[in-house]
Write a protein that binds this ligand. Structure first.
Ligand SMILES: *[C@@H]1O[C@H](CO)[C@@H](O)[C@H](O)[C@H]1NC(C)=O
Ligand SMILES: *[C@@H]1O[C@H](CO)[C@@H](O)[C@H](O)[C@H]1NC(C)=O
Ligand SMILES: *[C@@H]1O[C@H](CO)[C@@H](O)[C@H](O)[C@H]1NC(C)=O
Ligand SMILES: *[C@@H]1O[C@H](CO)[C@@H](O)[C@H](O)[C@H]1NC(C)=O
Length: 235
């Protein structure tokens, strides 16, 4: 990626700069995953409409996060690779060298025209790093909850099963007074409503996570001081 930036003060002398590789990449990725755990859980916890709006009180699980178990499982399996890819080769390159293995003039340093994966450049471009981690996490969450995805289908199944459990009792009572034809129509329209409702709830997850992160400046998902110290422990 080519970035044209004004030349700012250097954070590190070129001799002190090495690429963030191996352990540095793994540890920084894991540190962000660890810090996002609560953000993710809080976001899903806030999606309480999943039970409050869709499921009758009689058959509703107490904690709505239970419905998101398939998302958490899929996230657990995919989040590391997804985030590492978003941060490292996608933006912060391990090395600054061009295709011929030659450093561009004046590189490596934090303001190289090519953004290197040095700890110094990660600190230098810290707001960009914060944005990459947030976007990477919300993109993954959006994919895992997209209608038709495996976790989405599993959630829909559970929600439908709980809704039906609650409705069955109600229908048993109504059956004495309501013709079968009308009962079937009622059930079909509620299936459609649930599917629409579920899609709407999933769509809200990204704005909800943004709100959990403190709004557009991402002030609760920055951890600026501790993360800069964490990153700079690598040479
Ligand atoms: C997935 O779960 C394992 C075991 O509970 C845990 O050690 C690991 O940190 C989790 N990974 C993510 C990305 O949450
Ligand atoms: C989300 O899905 C799109 C389309 O399949 C894909 O291009 C993208 O890489 C995915 N993003 C993440 C973070 O999984
Ligand atoms: C069904 O009717 C019975 C007896 O009339 C009542 O006790 C029960 O609460 C009703 N169930 C529902 C789900 O409305
Ligand atoms: C971030 O934005 C929120 C509301 O949008 C505001 O209250 C807060 O002061 C801002 N924080 C910083 C560090 O700019």
């Amino acid at each position: 990626m080519q970035l044209i930036l004004p030349v700012l003060s250097l954070l590190l002398a070129p001799v002190a700069v090495t690429a963030c590789e191996g352990e540095c990449i793994v540890d920084i990725t894991n540190e962000y995953l660890y810090r996002y755990e609560n953000i993710l859980l809080t976001t899903l916890q806030k999606a309480t409409q999943i039970s409050e709006q869709l499921i009758p009180a009689a058959s509703r699980r107490e904690n709505s996060i239970v419905y998101f178990a398939p998302v958490l499982q899929a996230y657990n399996l995919t989040a590391y690779n997804s985030l590492e890819k978003a941060i490292f080769p996608s933006y912060f390159h391990g090395k600054c060298q061009d295709a011929n293995g030659v450093n561009p003039p004046g590189c490596p340093n934090p303001d190289c025209p090519k953004v290197c994966g040095t700890p110094g450049s990660m600190v230098h471009f810290y707001p960009t790093l914060v944005r990459i981690v947030f976007d990477g996490t919300t993109d993954l969450l959006a994919n895992l909850t997209a209608p038709g995805s495996k976790p989405y289908n599993q959630i829909q199944q559970t929600v439908m099963a709980d809704v039906n459990k609650g409705q069955k009792k109600r229908m048993e009572n109504l059956s004495r007074i309501m013709p079968l034809r009308i009962r079937a129509a009622t059930q079909a329209s509620s299936t459609h409503n649930i599917q629409q409702g579920l899609k709407k709830i999933m769509k809200e997850l990204r704005p909800t996570m943004l709100e959990t992160c403190g709004g557009s400046n991402l002030s609760f998902c920055s951890w600026e001081q501790p993360m800069k110290e964490f990153i700079l422990q690598y040479p």
